[in-house]
Design a protein around this ligand. Structure first.
Ligand code: HEM
Length: 290
């Protein structure tokens, strides 16, 4: 593990009984270590509403906060992939469990926008021009890791070459599910070769042999069955992500009804179709068979 020491921080010493209730440090030669670490000024500088409408700051901040959750999810799932590749199932499950908590917090962030009425949204919507969450590249990384792949969603990002190249790499890279299936194959489970060699740039489709494999795992739904624990962690991820997408649809319905989206789509109807795409389809299909 790599660490970096922040300016103004000394190695921690073991507290003795005598200084058990010491007061916090209030003198610093430079900016506080907290500021150095968190970068509050940089964060605040990024909150730049484009109107004076009182509803806009909440809309902007919630959007920015959600972007940070996307980044955190990406880190957790990329870590889970590395752990799986190293055959460290416990490490992968720990990352998946953390990510479920992050997903639930991401989902809860919608609460901060549920008061947004169409009249208030109209008060600043025009000024957003064609800006839309559809153009979130961090969200695309989240979708790609979950197996929802599409080349078309890369196109808006051509003007940012590093972002575009990163998305191209992610499109062709294994998803979380690809790494899970490769791990299961190494554990001796019968994962078909065409599944292991699938075209990674397309969305996962259910496969009868993979569904059967999960059916076998779910016949022993106890904590001691580590593959069952893995299956449940992945199901929690899929459910919490689905919940975020459904709440987005609801937030859209509340804030703008069936008007077209600022990103050029039909709006609600388009989003409902997009949100219906299934993450980890074999895990869900297995529940019908068990
Ligand atoms: C109530 C406020 C919001 C409304 C009315 C709204 C509306 C929409 C609409 C209409 C679309 C479809 C594309 C388009 O034509 O624009 C969309 C897509 C999207 N929005 Fe929002 N949105 C809201 C809040 C947010 C927030 C806070 C985020 C967080 C980043 C977000 C992220 C996304 C994403 C990721 C997509 C693409 C979804 C997909 O590809 O399936 N939206 N939004």
């Amino acid at each position: 593990m790599t660490t970096r020491r922040l300016p103004g921080t000394a190695p921690s010493s073991t507290p003795s009984a005598a200084d058990a209730v010491t007061e916090p440090i209030v003198e610093f030669a430079d900016v506080t270590p907290y500021e150095s670490y968190v970068g509050v000024r940089q964060l605040q500088a990024l909150v730049r509403p484009v109107t004076d409408h009182p509803a806009e700051p909440a809309f902007l901040v919630v959007t920015q906060v959600m972007e940070l959750w996307f980044t955190l999810l990406r880190r957790e799932w990329e870590r889970a992939q590395r752990e799986l590749r190293a055959d460290d199932l416990d490490g992968a499950i720990a990352a998946l469990h953390r990510s479920v908590h992050h997903l639930r917090s991401l989902d809860a962030s919608w609460q901060s926008l549920l008061w947004l009425t169409p009249t208030e949204f109209n008060g600043f919507r025009e000024q957003l021009g064609e800006a839309s969450g559809f153009q979130s590249y961090e969200y695309r990384h989240v979708e790609f890791l979950l197996g929802l792949k599409a080349e078309s969603v890369l196109r808006p990002h051509k003007a940012l070459p590093a972002v575009y190249a990163d998305l191209q790499r992610a499109l062709a890279a294994p998803t979380l599910e690809d790494d899970v299936l490769a791990y299961l194959a190494r554990r001796g489970l019968p994962v078909p070769a065409d599944v292991l060699d699938r075209d990674r740039a397309v969305t996962h489709e259910p496969h009868p042999a993979v569904t059967d494999l999960w059916v076998g795992v779910y016949r022993d739904p106890r904590p001691g069955n580590d593959l069952f624990v893995l299956g449940e962690a992945l199901t929690d991820v899929a459910e919490a992500f689905g919940s975020w997408r459904q709440r987005h649809v609801t937030a859209v319905r509340r804030a703008m009804g069936a008007k077209p989206g600022s990103g050029g789509s039909a709006g609600l109807a388009w989003l409902e179709r997009s949100a219906a795409r299934v993450v980890f389809p074999d895990l869900w299909a297995a529940r019908t068979v068990v």
